[in-house]
Design a protein around this ligand. Structure first.
Ligand code: GLN
Ligand code: ZN
Length: 784
């Protein structure tokens, strides 16, 4: 049997939460016990069928596997755990005799139960999506435990759409897995490839039997330097995996034709994953031509394969210039591929559903953006147009190509996109704008004004966001609570938080951030150059969705943002109050950013706006200002070769924001993640006077690492893991503090939780902070 033809236009995946977050609501209602599993199944089924039909309406072919079957109840990596029955031993009782998890069990592995911790969660390549990390040991059982993928194919087919099931490939699955705690030292999950492949073989056989013409196996491990497995091992595994899956099974009768997806980077270059895949017997390879360059050709082995040109950006929200995209597709002609088709660079999971889900009539969002943006549905439309250009000739879609050119041109010329004053200010920056004076002098000046005790205690900024706070904000947004009453409600909250901190005995107080819906969105709403959406939801993990702001123009600050809140707070106490801002890198990382200038330039614009805010805080008498950069590590490029340039501009933008203050003003920063490795030098480069970091779970590991790397400014290693409701005991905190002062000069050590407290309840927060203060007193006494 010969391979089917790959459809001329396709996308690597589609959002699965539903246009109004229907899946989130259905899943959470199931978790809360309000609905039964079969009701959740029915809602999910309706969403899947609706999405498949929508994709056909938008121009994808209904019969050839153009429509991706990329649904998941929680996470696509967890789906492979379920497929393989590869459940960690602590959850073994959740599986039936065939190794299958029911829906409740599936969610338990994702979310934990009692003492049984869930699978760890971590970032999916360079996106803001988080996947669950499988735990694999020498003895993890693998069998074809779950045929959900096959059933979903049949479901769509019965509804009239022949989909292309999308599954994380075996190599990427194992490369992203971690060695389970009970495995031998040095064990590598990828060593279990031979045991996993038979399950994929069974899956492929079942899909072929059900009539699937194509299956998509995603292998982004091929493009990333950031996974722990050496590239050579990934390559050997890919060759072996696709020998077993592609060469040993007859296409058509024993398996569907295979598309290998390699999103998030270029396949060629140093790693040459393209040559490697070309040498296998898979039928199609998808290239990310947004992150990766057009590969040089010809490449041996492609003559009998389809290359899917991933030219439409699955990762950003801008409408494409279709003529330019078409030129990119045509640039692949030298590869010597059997066929070239059009697709997206990545799954569309990372963008919202539909631009038309916004209400463009109210002025809440700048109406000009309607024509400039492309969310998932618009991107599918772009793919469909490009596909027609390939099959019917460019003239068949001349009008669409012209419309896209006009939209891109109107954006380039629109007022606010380029603000001359912003450009002039950026152009006039000099070295001096990025640096503060000598640290020793600053430290002495700060100590003289602030007069802080040894081991100063503080928090990271937010206090619990109570239901009352959220309700007040919701009412204010709806217009049912006046701005003045809202402000009063927030001030009352700040008063309570200040009194509480004084009672607990903390040294440096915060206002608690009650007025912020989100640490990035709050600033986006208060800066020009950003738009926020009403329905632009994107899945972050599981049922959690975020609405990233859209940074579309030059950034300016029309008015001070936080100054009134901070001065109000300072008026309530004699203790120093810390002003609280989100840093430029984090604002960029959690927004959709413009694609028409280097990120570093955009970061400097945000840096300048924050610099003005910091100057105003300083002028208002706020002597300590914290600029949070929790996303500094997350934006780090996957390719090692690109990391130095990133660290350079990201550190610069932070310094630009913070370097305008006098020596007496103390600048703090906050970073939270557990692996500091590649960014440890950057932490020093930020030149903050005090850096607070997540450290409780790793038992202060970061402190000696920082000391070794030459860091010699204030450091606040977290002593309270705020990710759990557990209250750390005084003894526990004392132990951690003793560890910290052992490896770094005690005069540099600050005492604080791992991160903000907004997700915690007051009960555990108060008890934990009280223990934090008594532990500090104990260690102060020891130090004398
Ligand atoms: N200041 C923020 C807070 O306390 C920091 C949050 C974060 O690091 N993610 O909530
Ligand atoms: Zn944090």
């Amino acid at each position: 049997m010969s391979a089917p033809t790959f459809p001329s236009g396709s996308v690597l995946g589609y959002p699965r939460i539903g246009p109004r977050r229907e899946l989130k609501k259905a899943v959470e209602s199931f978790w809360a016990g309000r609905t039964a599993a079969d009701e959740l199944e029915a809602t999910a089924s309706a969403l899947r069928v609706a999405a498949a039909k929508r994709l056909v309406d938008l121009g994808l072919d209904a019969s050839s596997g153009a429509v991706p079957g990329s649904f998941s109840y929680y996470d696509q990596v967890l789906d492979v755990v379920a497929l393989l029955g590869a459940v960690p031993s602590r959850f073994a009782s959740l599986t039936d005799e065939k190794g299958a998890l029911d829906l409740a069990g599936y969610f338990t592995v994702a979310r934990g139960a009692g003492e049984d911790a869930p699978l760890e969660m971590t970032k999916w390549f360079d996106t803001n999506y988080h996947y669950l990390v499988p735990e694999i040991s020498e003895s993890t059982p693998f069998r074809f435990a779950d045929d959900r993928i096959v059933r979903q194919f049949v479901e769509a087919k019965d509804a009239g759409v022949v989909t292309r099931p999308v599954v994380v490939g075996p190599v990427t699955f194992l490369a992203l897995s971690k060695a389970a705690d009970d495995s031998a030292p040095g064990f590598s999950p990828l060593s279990r490839l031979a045991d996993v492949l038979p399950v994929y073989v069974e899956l492929l056989r079942a899909l072929a039997a059900a009539g699937a013409p194509w299956v998509q196996l995603d292998e982004p491990a091929l493009v990333s330097d950031s996974i722990d497995v050496p590239a050579a091992e990934v390559h050997a595994a890919v060759t072996e995996a696709y020998r077993v899956l592609a060469s040993e099974l007859a296409v058509g009768s024993e398996r569907p034709a295979i598309l290998v997806g390699a999103p998030f980077g270029g396949l060629q270059g140093e790693h040459d994953g393209l040559a490697l895949l070309a040498a296998t017997d898979v039928e199609a390879i998808s290239l990310d031509l947004v992150k990766g360059a057009v590969p040089a050709g010809p490449v041996a082995g492609l003559a009998d394969k389809t290359v899917v040109a991933g030219v439409v950006d699955g990762h950003n929200v801008w409408r494409a210039d279709l003529a330019a995209k078409l030129a990119l597709v045509e640039g692949l002609s030298g590869l010597g591929a059997g066929a070239v088709t059009v697709g997206t660079s990545t799954s569309l999971l990372h963008v919202p559903h539909d631009v038309e889900d916004e209400d463009w009539t109210t002025g809440a969002i700048d109406v000009r953006l309607r024509d400039w943006l492309a969310f998932a549905d618009q991107k599918v439309g772009e793919v469909a147009v490009l596909a027609r250009a390939l099959t019917e000739g460019r003239d068949a879609v001349g009008a669409e190509i012209e419309a896209s050119r006009a939209a891109v041109a109107s954006r380039a010329e629109a007022s606010g996109v380029v603000v001359p004053a912003v450009r002039e200010r950026a152009a006039a920056l000099t070295e001096g704008d990025f640096s503060r004076g000598d640290y020793a002098e600053r430290a002495a000046a700060q100590q003289a004004t602030l007069n802080l005790p040894l081991l100063p205690t503080t928090t990271i900024g937010s206090f619990p966001q109570t239901p009352e706070i959220r309700r007040a904000r919701a009412l204010n947004v709806k217009g049912e609570l006046s701005d003045a009453d809202y402000t009063t409600a927030m001030q009352d909250e700040i008063r309570r938080v200040v009194e509480l901190q004084e009672q607990i005995g903390l040294d440096v107080l915060v206002h608690g951030e009650p007025e912020r819906n989100d640490m990035v969105q709050y600033f986006a709403e208060n800066l020009d150059g950003f738009a926020v959406t009403a329905n632009g939801w994107v899945q972050s993990y599981g049922s959690r969705c975020v609405r990233p702001p859209i940074l579309w123009g030059d950034v300016t600050r029309p008015a001070p943002i936080t100054v009134d809140w901070s001065t109000f707070t300072a008026s309530l106490t004699e203790k120093p109050v810390k002003g609280m801002l989100t840093g430029p890198v984090t604002i960029l990382a959690w927004s959709f950013v413009r694609d028409d200038q280097p990120l570093g330039d955009t970061a400097n614009q945000v840096g300048l706006a924050l610099r003005d805010e910091i100057a105003d805080l300083e002028a208002a008498g706020i002597g300590i200002i914290q600029v949070d950069e929790p996303a500094l590590r997350e934006l780090l490029p996957l390719r090692r070769a690109d990391q130095a340039a990133y660290l350079d501009w990201s550190v610069s933008s932070f310094r630009l924001a913070t370097a305008g203050v006098v020596a007496e003003t103390q600048i703090h920063t906050h970073l939270c993640y557990s692996e500091f490795g590649e960014v440890i030098g950057a932490i020093d480069g930020l030149d903050a006077d005090v850096t607070s970091v997540e450290a409780a779970r790793s038992r202060m590991e970061i402190v000696p690492e920082l000391a070794e790397a030459g860091y010699a400014r204030g450091i606040g290693p977290g002593v309270y893991d705020i990710h759990s409701p557990r209250v750390p005991s005084t003894e526990e905190v004392t132990d951690l503090l003793e560890l910290a002062v052992k490896s770094i000069d005690p005069r540099l050590v600050w005492v604080n939780p791992d991160c903000g407290l907004k997700t915690r309840r007051y009960e555990e927060t108060v008890a934990s902070l009280e223990n934090l203060v008594s532990a500090t007193n104990a260690v102060r006494a020891q130090l004398g």
